[in-house]
Design a protein around this ligand. Structure first.
Ligand SMILES: Nc1ncnc2c1ncn2[C@@H]1O[C@H](COP(=O)(O)OP(=O)(O)O)[C@@H](O)[C@H]1O
Ligand SMILES: [Mg+2]
Length: 273
């Protein structure tokens, strides 16, 4: 835990202005004046900065902040493979799903996003689109204010819903409570426009969408056509081969990057690609 604490402190040191509660858009490329984006549909000059609690992260298996955690090597390998395929195809949006719940999608999505933000020059934007069972904010320990639900209700601007959890180039769109009519929302014009804006706005940004499981609802299969590619998480000993086969069939027209076998005890590493 000490190591996570130190890693967070180091990340904060790197982040100029981290002592104040808001900072300049972390994605803004050097030399681009804020005036340049004033007319854009997604304007965010400032992103809320939230401090993370190392003990809470550790409890929730968010390990990639700690370079020395032996399991973080698995996420480094995953990150390298994912980015290699995405770069080769000019893909920038990635959905994460699984056949059934509890396979570890959210844990993998957060660790992968942190790994991308920490180890590459990409910004990682993690969007919690498991609208029926949102967990990203809870696993990271983010405050329950200005959420995606508020943005949907037009109470706040998109920019104000974003959070920077004290890791440079890591931005989260959190959500705290289940949202009704999730399939309609994920396929609405508002969300379609948002996803395409997010994709096209910065070349150096990878957007990761944490989705619900394929077998539980229509949400994932309805949303996936909007993203460039998909990563499927399966749980060792829990996911049935027939479910994997069925989900691969469902994803036939999507760009399936690969399948992550999570919760494996057969190898020393808990995760591998
Ligand atoms: N590699 C792993 N080993 C052990 N437990 C894990 C692993 N990955 C995730 N978990 C645990 O499994 C549970 C479900 O994880 P979560 O990421 O919320 O799944 P999903 O998003 O697929 O529903 C959580 O309690 C999480 O801590
Ligand atoms: Mg989840």
């Amino acid at each position: 835990m000490e190591r996570i604490k130190e890693a967070i402190a180091r990340a904060k040191e790197k982040q100029s202005g981290a002592s104040v509660s808001r900072l300049r858009d972390p994605e803004m490329p050097a030399g681009v004046d804020e005036i340049d984006i004033v007319e854009s549909p997604i304007v965010y000059n400032e992103t809320r900065v939230v401090d993370l609690d190392p003990a809470h992260l550790e409890k929730n298996r968010i390990i990639t902040l700690d370079n020395e955690d032996p399991n973080s090597i698995s996420f480094d390998i995953l990150r390298t493979q994912v980015l290699a395929k995405m770069e080769a195809n000019n893909w920038r949006t990635l959905a994460i799903t699984s056949p059934t719940p509890e396979c570890g999608k959210t844990v993998v999505a957060i660790n992968l996003a942190v790994s991308i933000a920490k180890q590459t020059d990409y910004t990682a934007l993690l969007v919690d689109f498991d609208l029926r069972r949102p967990r990203v904010a809870h696993y990271l320990g983010l405050p329950d204010e200005n959420t995606f639900a508020d943005y949907l209700d037009d109470k706040i601007e998109f920019a104000d819903a974003l959070v920077n959890p004290s890791v440079p180039r890591f931005v989260v769109l959190p959500n705290h409570r289940p949202i009704k009519k999730s399939t309609e929302i994920l396929t609405s014009r508002k969300i379609k426009k948002l996803v395409s804006d997010l994709r096209d706005r910065y070349e150096k940004r990878i957007c990761i969408f944490d989705l619900p499981p394929l077998k539980a609802t229509d949400d994932a299969i309805a949303f996936i056509p909007q993203v460039d590619c998909v990563l499927m998480i399966v749980s060792s000993g829990e996911t049935k081969p027939a479910d994997v086969k069925e989900c691969r069939r469902q994803l036939q027209s999507a760009n399936l990057l690969g399948v992550v076998l999570n919760k494996s005890e057969e190898v020393s590493k808990a995760y591998y690609y």
